[in-house]
Design a protein around this ligand. Structure first.
Ligand SMILES: [Cu+2]
Length: 291
């Protein structure tokens, strides 16, 4: 295998550096894509970060090693220009024109869960935001799950996709709430949103809040330990059944599956466990521990 890879790198020549990065990290480009989110009855137009030019309703996550700077290729396959940023409270973005490809630098970061994506109004309003996992893949014995949390107001999204800016003074009344761009019960069909483990397993869950409001996760059956947080580092080491995830936060929790059964996990704000007002829905998934 190693021989084949080195042969490939040689053949590629000038693009060898890019290929070597792809080989090291598995994935090295994100495509800014526009499409329809068919899961919602309103079928809103949305923006997503996909790993290729093949449309997916789910944003792709990005993985990097800890404490190592790297690069990322971003292809703007959308019809308008967008502002890209590694979202860490930093509001400075890089403008990527429609059809352009840009290589951006990712700094060396400590282990953790971070956010990246578009920070222009339309880009964030239509949901092109995802998670950067740093150093979470290093232990092959640990199962790793991820939850990209978001809230959505379909009227506001329709305004963005019609090319106008929503009234910033209007009250924000989100009508959908998602984990990995899925609403319950579809969350249970997503192997990253549904935590399925064996009794005695330890797993990590990377969580990022891309929405416009805080989300407070309530775990039934387990206390989880906060391993990393970009906005609330004072909470690292806390072991709780209820974990607030602030707007803009990326955090990582550890769950030790010490009892068998099926347990719900949900946003404790009950409007967030509905789909367009109907319960149950939204930001709700399960932990299934096989005996
Ligand atoms: Cu609960």
């Amino acid at each position: 295998m190693e021989k084949r890879l080195s042969h490939l790198v040689k053949c590629i020549g000038t693009t060898g550096f890019v290929l070597a990065t792809v080989l090291a990290f598995g994935q090295d480009s994100l495509f800014i894509m526009r499409g329809t989110w068919d899961q919602l009855p309103e079928a809103p137009q949305v923006l997503r970060l996909n790993t290729s030019a093949n449309w997916s309703e789910q944003n792709a996550i990005l993985e990097r090693e800890a404490d190592l700077a790297s690069t990322l290729v971003i292809v703007n396959a959308d019809s308008t220009s967008h502002q890209w940023a590694l979202l860490m409270g930093d509001t400075e973005g890089i403008t990527i024109e429609s059809g352009d490809t840009t290589v951006v630098n990712l700094p060396a970061l400590p282990m953790g869960t971070y956010r990246l994506g578009l920070i222009d109004g339309e880009g964030s309003g239509l949901g092109a935001q995802s998670m950067l996992q740093v150093g979470l893949q290093s232990d092959a014995n640990l199962a790793l799950f991820h939850w990209n949390l978001c809230d959505w107001e379909t009227d506001q999204m329709a305004t963005w996709s019609s090319g106008t800016e929503p009234d910033p003074t209007a009250t924000y009344v989100p009508n959908y709430f998602s984990i990995n761009e899925q609403t319950y019960p579809t969350t249970l069909e997503d192997p990253n949103a549904l935590v399925s483990v064996a009794l005695g397993d330890t797993c990590w869950i990377a969580v990022a809040n891309h929405g416009q409001m805080d989300h407070v996760l309530h775990f039934h059956g387990f206390h989880v330990e906060v391993l990393t947080s970009n906005l609330q580092p004072a909470r690292i080491g806390w072991s709780k059944d209820t974990v607030p995830v602030k707007k803009g936060e990326g955090l990582t929790v550890q769950l030790v599956a010490n009892q068998a059964g099926i347990y719900p996990v949900h946003d404790h704000n009950l409007i967030a466990v509905t789909n367009a007002g109907f319960y149950p829905g939204g930001m709700l998934t399960q932990i299934i521990v096989d005996p």
